[in-house]
Design a binder for this molecule. Structure first.
Ligand SMILES: CC(C)(COP(=O)(O)OP(=O)(O)OC[C@H]1O[C@@H](n2cnc3c(N)ncnc32)[C@H](O)[C@@H]1OP(=O)(O)O)[C@@H](O)C(=O)NCCC(=O)NCCS
Length: 181
């Protein structure tokens, strides 16, 4: 099984690997905790069951979806998903989703997940990654900017959150082709 290794800003090991069904409980709880923060994701309740996450992880062994988990010093810290765009002619494009749980943010887990995801996406034949975030999400925007994602547009007032409207920022990045040398 493929594994990527990094070191956090405070010196702890970060391991990234494909998710398996034993991770589903941590992933489910992690997603729920981020939804419960109420400020980062455009949903007000998790709207999914543990079984949904198990099925999603299982599906990734049969399709082109990529599901990565990050462990910080052996403890679940977050996860990342890549899903092919649905149009037949857009099968080279993957849509990225990422969360890092609150207690493990700002030490490099998000960056490690993104770096591993680009390699995994390239290996799967994807040529481009797209994603979006709330315009109010400075941490996410700074991560995407620093990794070379470019802003390709805004959807104004796209989300109506409890504290008011939020614009959506759309990002994309074309993955570099590896040269045969
Ligand atoms: C956005 C998110 C995935 C980033 O993950 P993270 O592990 O916290 O990010 P990292 O520690 O890898 O930091 C990445 C970059 O963020 C930036 N950053 C760090 N702290 C920051 C701060 N306080 N304010 C603004 N930017 C900051 C830096 O540019 C950092 O790059 P560096 O490594 O060169 O310093 C994570 O915060 C998260 O899951 N948030 C809630 C859910 C969410 O927003 N998901 C994305 C929705 S699109």
């Amino acid at each position: 099984m493929q594994e990527w290794k990094f070191v956090s800003k405070d010196g702890r090991p970060i391991s990234i690997r494909p998710a398996n069904t034993n991770d589903a409980r941590n992933i489910f709880d992690g997603f729920k905790s981020v939804v419960d923060e109420g400020v980062w994701l455009p949903t007000f309740s998790p709207n999914s069951t543990l079984g949904d996450w198990i099925h999603w992880i299982q599906r990734t062994s049969q399709n082109r979806e990529i599901f990565l988990v990050s462990l910080l010093d052996g403890v679940y810290a977050g996860h990342l998903t890549l899903q092919p765009e649905e149009w037949m002619a857009s099968g080279h494009v993957a849509r990225l989703g990422i969360i890092v749980v609150e207690e493990h943010r700002r030490v490099g887990v998000g960056r490690a997940l993104m770096m591993a995801a680009e390699e995994a996406a390239h290996a799967e034949g994807f040529e481009k990654i797209i994603l979006s975030t709330f315009d109010s999400n400075d941490l996410a925007k700074s991560l995407y900017d620093s990794m070379g994602y470019r802003v390709v547009g805004y959807r104004m007032k796209h989300f109506k959150m409890p504290d008011g409207y939020i614009n959506e920022v759309l990002y994309e990045k074309e993955l570099l082709r590896k040269q045969n040398v």
